[in-house]
Design a protein around this ligand. Structure first.
Ligand code: CP
Ligand code: NVA
Length: 308
């Protein structure tokens, strides 16, 4: 495994291996033991072309806890593809650090970096996908339901067919989970993305609907994300209107099975895609999910940069 740019490009075996390592490292940490310094002497560059809380802190803290070091690189100083080309940036970093995680607007920036990289490139979110988030999401689903019966679980995603939805759909396919997505017309997951997932997982139970109530009815996991992703700010008013009726409300949670949990990648826009009542309610697992970003990141870095 050289890079981690999308779930799609990784096998089920590789994903399960990252999860195994992540759970093991988390177990050590919760038993009060420090992790082995498997990334001692290793440095990860973490580039942000747009803002972040969870991704930034989880990468830096993951490196610290594994004995390595992170250098946070901002758009204003580095400007990948702006101040300097992707090609030149990575040719410089190849000789200085041991891995680069990058949050970018255009996904192709990541593929261009990877093309000339001799160090691992990690997608820290692009307009296309958010694979690191999907790892933490699956850890949270496993925490709730165990790992054995994942193929009996249904994830219902309510909202925009965006980067988070795509990675979640993709990881559900890899791990045998059913995936239902309810989006308003015009905001569905791109059909070419769906085709790509189905070509790889022809047996996947994957449903697209416009009806959120239908989606949640037999779901084990209710998931949502912002209606307005970073870079779409100009569409704010249009999107607010289009997504009316796609909010995860208590009525929606009540319509789902009693054991269903609620996830959100965060940041949340309370009162828009999710209510306070649901976010802070008994079925919400959004904060353990955020904490799992740290553990998932550690599993990923240990595999990619530490040979775990
Ligand atoms: N979920 C997520 O990626 O959060 P940040 O944008 O804060 O990193
Ligand atoms: N879909 C959101 C996710 C933020 C973590 C965005 O891209 O802004």
């Amino acid at each position: 495994m050289t890079h981690f740019i999308s779930i799609h490009e990784n096998s089920t075996k590789q994903i399960n291996h990252i999860l195994d390592v992540a759970f093991k490292l988390r177990e050590q940490r919760s038993a009060g033991k420090a992790n082995e310094p498997i990334l001692a002497g290793k440095t990860l560059g973490v580039y942000f072309g747009k803002p972040s809380l969870r991704t930034r802190v989880s990468f830096e803290q993951a490196m610290n806890e594994l004995g390595g070091h992170a250098i946070i690189l901002g758009r204003n100083e580095v400007g990948i593809g702006e101040r300097e080309s992707e090609h030149d940036v990575i040719k410089v970093l190849n000789g200085m650090i041991h891995g680069l995680a990058a949050r970018v607007f255009e996904h192709k920036v990541l593929t261009q970096l990877a093309e000339h990289a001799t160090i691992p490139i990690i997608n820290a979110l692009s307009d296309y996908s958010h694979p690191c988030q999907a790892l933490a999401d699956v850890m949270t689903i496993i925490d709730e339901f165990g790992r054995e019966d994942l193929n009996k679980r249904t994830v219902a995603y309510i909202g925009d067919g965006n980067n988070v939805a795509l990675s979640l759909a993709s990881i559900c396919g890899k791990l045998g989970m059913r995936f239902v997505i309810a989006s308003p017309p015009g905001f569905e997951l791109d059909s070419s993305f769906v085709d790509r997932i189905m070509a790889q997982q022809p047996d996947m139970d994957f449903e697209l609907t416009a009806d959120p109530m239908r989606a949640v009815h037999d779901a084990d996991v209710l998931y949502t994300d912002t209606w307005v992703s970073m870079g779409q700010e100009e569409e704010h008013e249009k999107r607010k209107l289009a997504f009316k009726g796609y909010q995860i409300t208590q009525a929606m949670v009540d319509d789902a099975p009693e054991h269903a949990i609620v996830l959100h990648c965060l940041p949340a826009h309370r009162g828009w895609e999710i209510t306070d009542e649901v976010m802070d309610g008994p079925r919400s697992r959004v904060f353990p999910e955020a904490h799992n970003r740290l553990h998932a990141q550690k599993g990923l870095l240990a595999v990619l940069m530490g040979g775990a």
